[in-house]
Structure formats: C-alpha cells, structure tokens
Write a protein that binds this ligand. Structure first.
Ligand code: ZZB
Length: 258
C-alpha cells in the first residue's frame, strides 16, 4: 500500500500530553502527528485527527528539529524508507498513550480548518498505516459516523463539543452528492460507528464513486477529475514538506523479520 503520510504540526499539547512528554523533546523541535491516507485530494476537508485512545504511540526523531508521533511499527517501516535522517533503527524520544493526546491542537495542511483537534476513535487499527488517521467526514463514511457520535456524546468521550462541530465543507462533486459520506451514511441507515458491516460497504462505495466519478470542487485543482487531481495534490503536499511517501509492506514483512 502506497500511502501519503501527512505532517500535522502540534500547536498546543493537551495538558496530559504536555505532562507525559515533559523534558523528553527539545524545546525548539517541531512535533507532528503523521496520519497515513489514501485520499490526499480530500485534505481540504480535514476536521480533526483520530488516534486510538488505548494505543501506545512513540515520538520518533525524524531529524534534529522534527519528531513524528506514530506507532512503533510504522516507525520501523519508515526507518527503512529513508523517511528519517538516520537509516535503520528509529530513535524514540518518548512513549505516549493515545488517550493522553486527545485535545491536542494541530495544524492541518490544506484544510479549510487550519487548526483542528486530536480526537478519539476506538476502531483505529494499530496494525495499519501509522495508527493516526486524519478525518474527512465529507468523503469518509467512517469519519462522518465517528464525528457525529463525538458531537452527540462529548462528555462520554471526554472532549469539548465544539471540537467535533467544525463545518463539513463539500470538496468533491459526484453524480449523487457533494457530501458523499453523509449521503451514504443516511442511505445505508448507519446509526453509529458500531455499524461495521454497513460502514465497510459505504467505504467501498465512496472509494469507487469518489475516484471514478468525482470532480474537485475546491482547491488548486478545482474542476479537475479526482483521478487526475489526486497525484497532483499529493505532489504539492510533498513538495511543500507537508507530507511524505510511506509504503506499507503488504504481508507483514516487519514482524516476520523480527
Ligand atoms: C483520509 C481519508 C479521506 C481516508 C477519505 C479515506 C477516505 P483502507 O481504505 O481501509 O485501505 N486509515 C488509515 N490508517 C488507519 C488505521 N490505522 N485504522 C483505521 N483507519 C485507518 O485504509 C485507508 C484509509 O483508512 C485511510 O485513508 C485512512 O482514512 C484510514 F475521504 O484518510 B483515509 C472512502 C474512504 N474515504
């Protein structure tokens, strides 16, 4: 899997994260949450960034001045892909629990909402991507279901309601909708993030319709087909150093080789 890993710069740590990281990262370094995405063209619509509250993340040194928050597994893969200044073994500055990251304020490149929060999603897999997921509810049914749930029960999730209420702006037009994910969630009668089977179906439909029939409604490549715009947005992000290429070994090369 060839992902685009985004760099969401930390602007202000949640108090729990600040405590956990105290003295472990140089004062003058930038720290980024790095979600892996297959949909770089949707980055205009980011409204938050999900982490698994029960997952453990590492803060890894990418260079003298840059640190990445990702899973250990992703860091090991990246260390062999020339992502870090030092090849081979990733250098970990600290561990941090997903739950401690909730509420951290980050910068989301390209998004209408340039500042978004880190929010919890239980279904984030430790075994996929970087364990960090940027949220685009206009075009990802999973994200729409989760953000709706968070806005409904902010106390239960230990967040502020307004963190989950950023406007969902249409970014891609398809024959059926310019807000494809909300449309599919309604159509398939998905009531919560627990409706896993229907969400999987919605995701497959959204991928197909978005990719083959979508047209960009916003951004530098407005009016272009998604198929055409996707690599252009990706290149633009990478050129600006707001993202980098990250590929995932299909069949668990890392665990097999130890
Ligand atoms: C932003 C985005 C916008 C995504 C969209 C999708 C969509 P897949 O599709 O299952 O092969 N993702 C990445 N890592 C994880 C993880 N560890 N746990 C759970 N979800 C994860 O996986 C690729 C997509 O799943 C990624 O692309 C990411 O969400 C999420 F409009 O990033 B995506 C129709 C989907 N639309």
């Amino acid at each position: 899997q060839e992902y685009t890993a985004l760099k969401l710069k930390v602007l202000e740590w949640a108090p729990t994260a600040a405590d956990a990281l105290k003295g472990k990262i140089p004062e003058d370094a930038s720290v980024f949450l790095c979600p892996a995405t297959l949909r770089p063209e949707t980055m205009y619509g980011q409204v938050c960034c999900f982490v698994g509250p029960s997952l453990t993340y590492g803060v890894f040194k990418a260079s003298e001045k840059e640190y990445f928050v990702i899973t250990e597994r992703a860091a090991k893969n990246m260390a062999y892909q020339g992502v870090f200044e030092k090849e081979g073994i990733p250098e970990k500055a600290a561990d941090i629990q997903g739950s401690d990251l909730i509420g951290t304020l980050i910068h989301a490149p390209l998004s209408f909402h340039s500042q978004v929060r880190v929010l919890p999603m239980d279904s984030v897999l430790a075994t996929k991507g970087t364990g960090v997921v940027t949220s685009v509810p206009s075009d990802s049914p999973d994200d729409y279901a989760m953000i709706t749930e968070l806005a409904k029960k902010p106390e239960f999730y230990g967040i502020k309601k307004e963190w989950a209420e950023l406007e969902i702006v249409p970014i891609i037009q398809t024959p059926t909708s310019d807000l494809l994910a909300p449309h599919l969630v309604k159509k398939l009668k998905i009531a919560s993030p627990k409706d896993a089977k229907q969400l999987l179906e919605a995701k497959e439909l959204a991928y197909k319709e978005g990719f083959y029939q979508g047209v960009m409604k916003v951004g530098e490549f407005k009016g272009e087909k998604v198929e055409v715009a996707k690599p252009k947005v990706r290149d633009h992000l990478i050129k600006n150093k707001d993202a980098f290429a990250y590929s995932e070994p299909e069949n668990k090369v890392v665990s097999r080789s130890g």
